[in-house]
Design a protein around this ligand. Sequence first.
Ligand code: PLP
Length: 468
Amino acid sequence: MDKNMLYRSIPKVDLLLEDGTIKQMIAIYGREMIIEAIRVETDALRKYIGQCTSEEAAMEEIALLPKRIEQQAEKLLQPNMKKVINATGTILHTNLGRAPISANHMQHIAEIATGYSNLEYHLAKGKRGERYAHFEELLCKVTGAEAAIAVNNNAAAVMLILSTMAKAGEVLVSRGELVEIGGKFRIPDVMEQSGASLVEVGTTNKTHYADYEKAITEETTALLKVHTSNYRIVGFTETVPIAQLVELGEKYEIPVIEDLGSGVLIDLSKYGITYEPTVQESVASGADVVCFSGDKLLGGPQAGLIVGKKKYIDRMKQNQLMRALRIDKFTASALEVVLKEYLSEERAVKNIPVLQMMTKPLAEITKEARRLKQMLSKLKLDAEIRLEPCQSQIGGGSLPLECIESMAVTIKPLHMTTSELEESMRLLPVPVVARVIHDRIFLDVRTIGTENFGYLKQLQNIERLTTA
Ligand SMILES: *Cc1c(COP(=O)(O)O)cnc(C)c1O
């Protein structure tokens, strides 16, 4: 076998660029991308020939070069960030993007993003407007607050609040609330960044009204209450309710700030879920400023929402930091359409995916699970498929102890291990992320969504799942 002859048969780059098929590719992908693809594929071809033992196979591979170049160019264009099927049952999965936005809402957001909009333009006055104006009144209406603003995320909200209201002063926080929320958000660290100094009061499990009062000095600029979103201290515990902190704040004329984390706007206990303090309740208790995430239980885009007394919000709008933390047009329009749903609780529960998933009755989930099982059974997979009860979780650092009864389609592969199957599912063109419980794949139907059932047909493309 004459390897030199084979190497010589690989067309040179300038010749390839003159080729009709390649020219067509250049028209689609652009010259630089095709040159890059040619380089990658001719290198791979040389390597292949080097190891190849059959001249025929090598010639075949050389003939395939234009096709490989096109595939390579296609690959270079493929976004790395892609749609994933969340079969984990964790509704607010931070690694999988937290709250999904509904397709209906997205239509409007896409319209805003693909063209020009009145983002910062007051149409009636024909003058510069404010990007927060599109949802400020709405946010005030649904929370009962005087004024509102939004920043990039809730971590940024806490930073802006402290930097505006407590800079160079002392902020009192209960030792039981010095939390770390995933992704390295630690209350003491954020406090340091903002320039405020932290004064810890009470103990890990118990903090009393008197503990706060004792710690108040001339330097105290704020009382901060942090909702311990992602963990619970149970047993011998005591915290000071926001209403009492407000009393203390009024007595000493010190503003009270509450970081609620999740930001629930509806009473979840009506739907069989543990009651979470709502934003309205915190505002009604008299907290001066309340902040919460846009993409946790609110079910909207990533954002940090700040509501409260106008005099404080106005000062935040003037803060230089605001320019660095401001939201973009995608977020502003998403916040507006999602918050509009909260004008009626019924609409919110029906139209916001996170609330929809959380409140869907088990009977309905079970019906959907039967349908999915039937669909998977028809694929004749080399696996045992069952319907099994499971528990969905809220996730995203919200309601850590909450489990919602749910139904899963479970899979036990017969000719590969469960963990091999779990990995193969993650590597599908539209990846399926699932949990492994007792050596079975659990597909929790609550977070998959019936509109995504079709994607699970990809399972038949997993080699060792269909060898029978
Ligand atoms: C989640 C959370 C944050 C951080 O919110 P992001 O929107 O993720 O930045 C801050 N404080 C509390 C109490 C939280 O639960």
